[in-house]
Design a protein around this ligand. Structure first.
Ligand code: TYD
Ligand code: MG
Length: 418
């Protein structure tokens, strides 16, 4: 059962002296570009769709320890600088106090702990803190100070006295986010909310927050490397699926402006390695797919994918078995995407197949080859969107030989292409 604050009924609204709202016609609405400010990081701006829209509420979700607080500390520091630039000239908004005030609401860690983190990033950081978890007190402080940006770390620690449920419960999280969102919209102040992901991989507060906020970003990465991928899964002001790539080091997070190059830096041409180009939002990124095929005595051979969909992997293994007559039934198949990027599109199918074939047959694929295409159940290679864009990116980085539906009609060609 979920407790809720009951809304104001129509009759009650009338009694309070509120007038009946006016209906607005589409043609009477003024057309305005969204007012945006830059995060001062190209990668971050790209994911948001050219910067932070004033008055927008952005949810940043991710596993504990992945770097959400670190990324937002960078943001707070950069926006708090007097030199921070506005992308669109401000149309005389409500702000008049300290022009560069950034408020970091510390609900989870003390301001002191956050200071330690910010010191690692920049010892001259100018950020203000609110050590508070009462959302009504926070909104009051926001109204009184009119900051340029508010960061709430994290939404799960916020609560309102109007509900008796504990902080972190669905009703508290939802109501707190709702109240913050109203203030953001009313005062034209952008807000970033940190949201923890539960063990099941969903945002606590069963996805209710995703509907409430304007933008949902997830910060991903794996334990084995320092790359962090910031991905937009919902964006009312820009494209979704756009990713920004960062690298975590001892002084915080550095943006990676040339992910293709960085992801392939350590690549060695060996059996089981294939290169492909995935499209993230508008940008093609080259990644290496690695496969390891080894004999097993287990009755159920394993098919384990990291960064690729497991069902897709099972299917591709079945296609290889049937169409190329590869005896994979007594082989474990492991597939890994280097760099920690999670691939969701079928354009990587051909590279996954090529990597598996290469590992099984124990031969290295041509050093300068890239594999881009979807693989169908009949073993046919299918065209994918924006092949040209991906091909260009591949060739730019020296992968001159691009295998795709244009020159490889069927995966049987993989056996001959070496
Ligand atoms: P943090 O931002 O606290 O994660 P989250 O808010 O998502 O829980 O990051 C925690 C990890 O990042 C911690 O293991 C230490 C590491 N870290 C660095 O490697 N470099 C740094 O400059 C900072 C501040 C943290
Ligand atoms: Mg944190």
């Amino acid at each position: 059962m979920v407790e809720q604050v009951t809304g104001v009924s129509i009759n009650k609204a009338n009694k309070l002296g509120k007038s009946i709202p006016k209906i607005i016609r589409l043609i009477d609405i003024e057309k305005n570009e969204y007012e945006r400010i830059s995060t001062t990081s190209n990668e971050f701006d790209r994911v948001l769709g050219k910067g932070i829209v004033l008055g927008s509420v952005v949810l940043i979700a991710g596993d504990p320890g992945i770097g959400k607080s670190t990324l937002l500390s960078h943001l707070a520091i950069n926006i708090g600088r007097p030199s921070a630039v506005s992308l669109v000239p401000s149309a005389g908004n409500l702000r008049d106090k300290d022009e560069n005030l950034v408020i970091y609401v510390a609900g989870e860690e003390s301001a002191q702990q956050i200071k330690l983190r910010m010191d690692r990033i920049d010892s001259r950081a100018e950020v203000s803190f609110l050590e508070e978890t009462d959302v009504d007190a926070i909104t009051a402080a926001i109204e009184a100070n009119m900051p340029k940006l508010v960061i709430v770390d994290s939404i799960q620690t916020m609560e309102t006295q109007d509900l008796s449920a504990a902080a972190g419960s669905v009703s508290q999280v939802r109501e707190s986010a709702h109240r913050l969102q109203r203030v953001a919209k009313k005062l034209h102040i952008p807000m970033f909310l940190v949201g923890h992901v539960t063990k099941e991989g969903t945002l606590a507060g069963p996805r209710t927050l995703e509907h409430l906020v304007d933008v949902v970003l997830t910060l991903e990465g794996d334990q084995t490397n320092n790359f962090r991928i910031l991905r937009s899964t919902k964006n009312r002001f820009g494209p979704t699926d756009e990713v920004g790539v960062f690298e975590m080091n001892e002084n915080g997070m550095k943006e990676v402006t040339n992910p293709s190059q960085v992801f392939l830096e350590e690549r060695v041409s060996a059996p089981g390695s294939a290169v492909t180009a995935v499209l993230t939002g508008l940008r093609p990124i080259l990644v290496e797919i690695q496969a390891l095929v080894t004999k097993t005595n287990a009755p159920m051979p394993r098919r384990v994918g990291t960064g690729v969909d497991n069902n897709r992997l099972q299917l591709l293994v079945a296609v290889l078995q049937k169409r190329l007559k590869l005896p994979l039934w007594d082989q474990d198949v492991f597939v890994n995407v280097t760099g920690g990027l999670k691939i969701t599109e079928p354009a990587a199918d051909l590279a996954i197949c090529a990597a598996i074939v290469s590992s099984f047959k124990d031969f290295a694929l041509p050093n300068n080859a890239a594999y881009i295409g979807e693989v169908g159940l009949l073993g046919e290679v299918r065209t994918i969107r924006n092949l040209e864009k991906r091909t260009k990116e591949a060739q730019k980085l020296g992968y001159a030989k691009v295998f795709s539906a244009e020159n490889l009609k069927n995966i049987s060609g993989l056996l001959k292409s070496n």
